[in-house]
Design a protein around this ligand. Sequence first.
Ligand SMILES: Nc1ncnc2c1ncn2[C@@H]1O[C@H](COP(=O)(O)OP(=O)(O)OP(=O)(O)O)[C@@H](O)[C@H]1O
Ligand SMILES: [Mg+2]
Length: 292
Amino acid sequence: MGRVIACANQKGGVGKTTTVVNLATYLALSGAHVLVVDLDPQGNATSGFGIDRTALDRSVYDAIVDDSSLAALITRTAVPRVDIVPAAMSLAGAEVELATMDQRERRLQRLLATVRGDYDYVLIDSAPSLGLLTVNALTAADGVLIPIQCEYYALEGLGQLISTIHLVRDHLNPDLAIDGAVLTMADPRTNLSNEVAAEVRRHLGGAVFESVVPRSVRLSEAPSYGRPVALYRPESKGAQAYQSVATELRGRIEGRSGDPARPTRGRSDVSTNVSTSPTAGPLQHAVAGVDR
Ligand SMILES: Nc1ncnc2c1ncn2[C@@H]1O[C@H](COP(=O)(O)OP(=O)(O)OP(=O)(O)O)[C@@H](O)[C@H]1O
Ligand SMILES: [Mg+2]
């Protein structure tokens, strides 16, 4: 059984999609079979793999809302061993339609049960919200991966995300783990970026990946060519960073057992250091929103 990982952070533009697309690619280049599920109506993961979402007849919406088979929606990408369930704008209506449905939080979990056995990893890209689609992602997942942008308000809203994860654990998915947090768009030349990274590590401890993704023009250009950075500029710093994130993830998940289904981190990881006491210095404001 593959490990299902939801990439989530309700803050917009922190690198969720960039992380999903490039992590999926490097996991696949290291031999894993990966399914990407694009659960964001913006469809950026879909277009990031070069698929024209405006031309799609069907998308993940049809499975989530209309009970179409998920297997029938799986599409190959240009990256060997990476498949995708694409998203289209129709998915925007799913939030509203799900609201009155039976088992509305478990739709994706049920759908994935039929296909996850074919993959080593299933990576879910979620929208910048904590709505029902994201709750579906967290309910279907074994673990959550949280991209955190190295900027001033980095930790704002993180408390709310952690609270949502706890709620999902309490009511829907008791084994949901936090697989880690990835620092993104870091600029090691600036004090602010370094301070934010240190602050995040202080709060989340060992949950934070050692590999840090730097700000990289190549990473932001790659989607306009419909390619993961590995197929665009594999020598760039951004590409190398995601390659090490992928290696680190495999190490964390597969651990010594070599079995992707067995996490090395339990559900008690990370949990709580996020409820913050006041911090001194310029980052005080950045963490002010972190309350559980
Ligand atoms: N390390 C990076 N260096 C430079 N640009 C980056 C990096 N990571 C992401 N970007 C760019 O920043 C923007 C936001 O990234 P991305 O789309 O991955 O974030 P997101 O969290 O998925 O956003 P949303 O919340 O809208 O779904 C994109 O234009 C992307 O190309
Ligand atoms: Mg996105």
